[in-house]
Design a binder for this molecule. Structure first.
Ligand code: PLP
Length: 400
């Protein structure tokens, strides 16, 4: 049996839209991107949603809005030490310094009890990650942010469909960032989405994604049949506002073909989400039998985990290594991914920040001992039972 990590569902709607986009040749960001943004904002309950070309860009743009509110280059943003490396990279790309805080082993998320000791006068924001779709402790994080006047940005890249106290990930803080990469629940192939609680962020985000230019209308008229914009030449000296730049920007627009894939995924969202949740919960509910040798996460009554993947962590009690487990699973057709790494101490690019191995014991433990396995919509009960049976067979032969 094969249990691949990811999949993509391309609906008939996507195919129809793609054909239309190609035949009209209106490929760059236009009405379908806008439609996807509107649907996404509605789903999450955000005032604004702005589509970009990746989840990483979504994080960078959300962070870069801080410059409009008084942040300086080199200011600090607090992030968990454990995440996909894009979380830390994005902070640097937006012109800030990441300050890392260790995670809790039971939640895989930033440990709120350690955040305040990392706050300095340069701190501008806290960016928790809902790793594996499990919501970070947003009540505690929001209370700390309010005490210190900090912005909160959710890295919700993996948290499509996650709920915290009944509210969707992406609506729990000032800004949120989703990845629409293939392995994620709503996908556009490659892509990302920034969600914002307040409308004022919308213009800033649209400007940032297009080089920092002045013009940032929700509905740009240039990529339409008329191609005419009545507002264009009304700058101070009659200059073209498309070539006036208000801020340092990026170039990360989504195109119509990607939006068409995303809109198709939207149609199937509930179905995909339900299938993935069924898969995830089937395994989580039965995982206790592998204790104390393997651990995973647990869904708490106040939350719904966004079904991204199943984390599996080899515990100290185990007499086998992660490499042995990984080889066994892969040899039996079950694809695995590592559970990322401690960015400051296990990812070479961050070495210049001067952290030393051992400073983030929990994140480093996950980096050395964690994996994750897919729960996507093309898998079902049969495949999840196979994953459980394969792990059980591994333990029988490898645990002494
Ligand atoms: C937690 C986290 N943040 C950010 C990203 C970046 O998203 P993308 O790969 O779309 O740039 C990912 C990627 O999956 C992720 O898992």
């Amino acid at each position: 049996m094969k249990v691949p990590f990811g999949t993509i569902t391309i609906s008939d709607l996507s195919k129809r839209l793609i054909e239309e986009i190609l035949s009209t040749r209106r490929v760059s960001s236009g009405k379908y991107v806008r439609m996807l943004e509107e649907k996404f904002a509605g789903l999450v309950g955000a005032a604004e949603a702005v589509a970009v070309s990746s989840g990483t860009d979504a994080l960078v743009l959300a962070l870069a809005t801080l410059h409009d509110f008084g942040a300086s280059r080199g200011d600090e943003v607090i992030v968990p030490a454990l995440s996909f490396v894009a979380t830390g990279n994005a902070v640097l790309h937006a012109g800030f310094t990441p300050v890392f805080v260790d995670i809790r082993r039971d939640t895989l998320n930033i440990d709120p009890a350690r955040i305040e000791e990392a706050i300095t006068e340069k701190t501008r924001a806290i960016m928790p990650v809902h790793l594996m779709g499990k919501p970070a402790d947003m009540d505690a994080i929001s209370a700390i942010a309010a005490r210190h006047g900090l912005t909160v940005i959710e890295d919700a890249a993996e948290a499509h469909g996650a709920l915290y106290n009944g509210k969707p990930a992406g609506s729990l803080a000032d800004l949120g960032a989703f990845s629409l990469y293939v392995a994620h629940i709503i996908t556009s192939g490659e892509g990302g989405m920034v969600t914002a609680k307040r409308e004022e962020y919308g213009d800033i985000l649209r400007s940032l994604r297009s080089h920092g230019r002045t013009c940032s209308c929700k509905r740009c008229s240039l990529n339409t049949a008329s191609g005419y914009c009545a507002k264009r030449f009304h700058g101070n000296g009659g200059e073209d506002v498309r070539f006036v730049f208000d801020r340092i920007g990026y170039s990360c627009k989504m195109n119509e073909l990607e939006a068409a894939i995303g809109l198709g995924a939207f149609e199937l969202y509930r179905e995909i989400l339900d299938k993935r949740r069924c898969n995830l919960l089937h395994v989580l509910d039965r995982f206790g039998r592998f204790s104390p040798f393997l651990a995973t996460i647990r869904e708490e009554p106040w939350e719904r985990i966004g079904p991204h993947a199943i984390p599996v962590v080899v515990q100290e009690e185990a007499s086998f290594s992660r490499a042995e487990l990984t080889h066994f699973l892969e040899a039996h057709g079950i694809e695995t991914r590592t559970l990322f790494a401690s960015m400051p101490t296990q990812c070479a690019g961050f070495a210049y920040l001067g952290y030393t191995p051992g400073e983030f014991p929990n994140a480093e433990y996950m980096g050395a001992n964690g994996i994750h396995i897919g729960v996507h919509q093309d898998l079902g009960r049969k495949e999840m039972d196979y994953v459980l049976a394969t792990i059980a067979a591994f333990l029988e032969t490898h645990q002494k």
